[in-house]
Design a protein. Structure first.
Length: 76
């Protein structure tokens, strides 16, 4: 699954290095905007409730780099 996402994202938004962005990483910004920067999930009984084929991936398109993952717990 991870390889499928990586291969197909690189087909959709290839790294060409011809961007107007100073660091030459416009493709990483475009890919990041396509995925978004947040995810809401349901946790029940201490377990994340996902469908059979669902997973959560932390995607880094401009790395490797150090990143922070923020989790906010909202109780009902």
């Amino acid at each position: 699954m991870v390889r499928d996402i990586t291969v197909n994202m690189n087909k959709l938004v290839p790294h060409r290095g011809d961007s107007h962005h100073a660091e030459g990483n416009s493709d990483a910004h475009i890919k990041s905007s396509m995925f978004g920067c947040e995810q809401m999930v349901i946790v029940e009984g201490g377990k994340i409730q996902l469908g059979t084929w669902q997973k959560i991936y932390f995607c880094e398109f401009d790395g490797p780099r150090s990143r922070k993952l923020w989790v906010k717990w909202l109780a009902s």
